[in-house]
Design a protein around this ligand. Structure first.
Ligand code: R5P
Length: 286
């Protein structure tokens, strides 16, 4: 097996290759003066099973993925697996208003036109997986998140809404601590109202678990509500730290006591690695 690291995921791809004990090849990706993507895989041949590790967010990375798929195929890959640590567009998984596209479906269909398997991690909506026209797996970060926080004094694991309650349950059960969810009402793209938590937060060390943090609005509001309800500390962990519009600075400057995420998107707080989880999935026969 050969692991090709796209420009979005070099550290994760290197870690993955090391865990699998296989060759790592780095795609040399640059931009033409007009912004178009140029990429080249500096290897004589790739006549083996090849794994490309590359995010499809932001759009520039999606284009790089398409180009890498073509290059890898031309270099003789036997079986091509796309590892998409953070799959973009998963939130537009259906037509909410007439005239909109089904963006997630468009992305999944186009990506699976030229590959043999796809691996995603905590995709925002699992229904999107049905649009990949090839074998696919969505891996869960709950185990590595629980391992990281075990023994760090957390009393309660919360999801920011009922829709993500399963994730809090998964993490909470693995850590052996209580879990619950908050009620969230989205007022606009950036404003979120969190109803007072129904459980007793007083004096508790709380961990909020979410699949992604984008603007940070959800978490900052949830943290304020929890602190007002008497929480002793509030930490947040997410799989995908998207952190748009200085979200990370706003989060670290808020009432939060800690901000952590997995390395599906590489940034200064992506200290929880999903490399082992991906490596295990790649070792399985499917
Ligand atoms: C929502 O369904 C997601 O799980 C996240 O809670 C949401 O996308 C976070 O967005 P933001 O950080 O912009 O509040």
């Amino acid at each position: 097996m050969i692991v090709v690291g796209g420009s979005s995921s070099r550290d994760l791809a290197k870690d993955l290759a090391a865990l699998l004990g296989c060759t790592y090849v780095q795609a040399a990706t640059t931009r033409f003066p007009d912004g178009e993507c140029y990429t080249r895989i500096d290897s004589e041949s790739l006549s083996d099973d090849v794994v490309i590790v590359q995010n499809t967010y932001p759009d520039t990375n999606l284009i790089e993925m398409f180009l890498l798929q073509d290059a890898v195929r031309k270099m003789g890959a036997k079986k091509m697996t796309l590892v998409i640590p953070y799959f973009g567009y998963a939130r537009q998984d259906r037509v909410f208003k007439p005239g909109e596209p089904e963006s997630a479906k468009v992305m999944a269909m186009h990506l699976s036109m030229n590959c043999d398997r796809v691996i995603t991690v905590d995709i925002h909506k699992e229904a999107v997986l049905d649009h990949f026209n090839c074998p696919h797996k969505d891996l869960k970060a709950a185990a590595v998140i629980a391992d990281y926080f075990k023994g760090r004094g957390i009393d309660l694991v919360l999801s920011p809404d009922i829709g993500a309650a399963g994730r809090a349950k998964d993490v909470g059960e693995r850590m052996g601590v209580a879990y619950d969810h908050l009620n969230k009402t989205r007022l606009s793209g950036t404003d979120v109202k969190i109803a007072p938590a129904s459980m007793d937060c007083k004096g508790k060390h709380i961990l909020i678990v979410d699949d992604m943090i984008s603007t940070g609005g959800t978490i900052i509001t949830a943290t304020q509500a929890l602190k007002e309800a008497g929480a002793k500390s509030v930490a947040v962990v997410c799989t995908h730290g998207v952190f748009v519009n200085n979200a990370l600075e706003r989060l670290t400057g808020s009432a939060l006591d800690a901000v952590l995420c997995c390395n599906t998107l590489e940034n200064e707080v992506s200290h929880i690695s999903v490399a082992g989880t991906i490596a295990e999935a790649l070792k399985e026969k499917w």
